[in-house]
Ligand binder design. Structure first.
Ligand code: ATP
Ligand code: PRP
Length: 235
């Protein structure tokens, strides 16, 4: 059998992923020409490398169509349903760090916590004739955090696939749930993070799809995981 390992083909976590493999002494060579989206690991016969986008890696891990992948924890937690039965986070790799946060307009002076926001959400329809709108691409993380964790049930998610921080100013939403690293985009858009509004501290992880495997494939995976862990640290 063949073990398929997926690495980001582009974007902000691509270079760090390649460096992680180099640090572990794992050499990848392209199959076919230099622009090929498939590769092999030198010295290990039964491994195929697939280059996919960060969010495709999360999705394919959930489907079990790849065996291991390097991608952001936020994307895996957002995209994979029944997470614990489908994937295992094997190592946290220490790069691609960013927080998924709840942010509200700075001018909401009396709203600093999720409890304050819960009060606002409860009164919103009475005051404004509609539910509180949250702009985000993180539907699932938002629902888990608002409904399951904080018991806030009355809100509406407005899907936003880009420039989410602009949604409150443009009137498309009231508040946002988005990723932040330096905080400068939030600041530029006059938004503040609620004091208990950090939903997830994400970073790039080495993630394994949970499925039945031959002993040889399991050994191959364990050997790759331990080489990367030795170079970059365990989960
Ligand atoms: N400042 C940041 N802004 C957005 N994402 C960040 C940031 N810092 C780290 N990340 C992480 O980078 C990952 C997304 O990377 P990137 O946006 O490059 O992917 P992509 O290839 O564009 O994704 P897609 O699969 O949607 O095309 C996420 O896991 C995210 O948590
Ligand atoms: O906290 P900061 O350091 O300001 O980073 C956060 C911002 O960076 C990303 O957007 P980016 O402009 O990179 O575009 P993208 O949404 O296409 O990834 C992300 O979506 C946030 O908007």
């Amino acid at each position: 059998m063949t073990v398929t390992i997926a690495l980001p083909s582009k974007g902000r976590i691509r270079d760090g992923s390649i460096e992680a493999f180099e640090a572990a002494g794992i050499q990848i060579s392209a199959v076919g020409n230099e622009r090929s989206y498939r590769g092999r690991i030198d010295g290990i016969e039964n491994v195929e490398v697939a280059y996919l986008s960060a969010s495709e890696i999360a999705r394919e891990l959930g489907r079990g169509s790849i065996d291991i992948g390097l991608t952001g924890e936020d994307l895996v937690r957002e995209d994979v349903a029944a997470l614990h039965s489908r994937v295992a986070f094997r190592s946290r790799l220490g790069f691609g760090k960013a927080d998924v946060v709840v942010a509200v307009p700075e001018v909401w002076f009396d709203v600093d916590t999720m409890a304050d926001l819960g009060d606002v959400a409860a009164d919103f329809r009475l005051r404004h004739g509609r539910r509180l709108r949250i702009a985000t691409k993180y539907w699932s993380l938002t629902q888990q955090f608002f409904s399951a964790k904080h018991g806030i049930q009355v809100y509406r998610i407005v899907e936003s696939l880009g420039a989410t921080e602009g949604a409150p100013a443009s009137g498309q939403a009231d508040i946002i749930v988005d990723i932040t690293s330096t905080g400068s985009t939030l600041k530029a858009n006059h938004l503040k993070i609620l004091t208990d509004g950090v939903i997830l501290q994400s970073e790039v992880c080495l993630v394994e799809a949970l499925k039945d495997r031959t002993e040889e494939d399991r050994d191959t995976i364990e050997s790759l995981v331990s080489r990367i862990e030795a170079a970059l640290g365990p989960a």
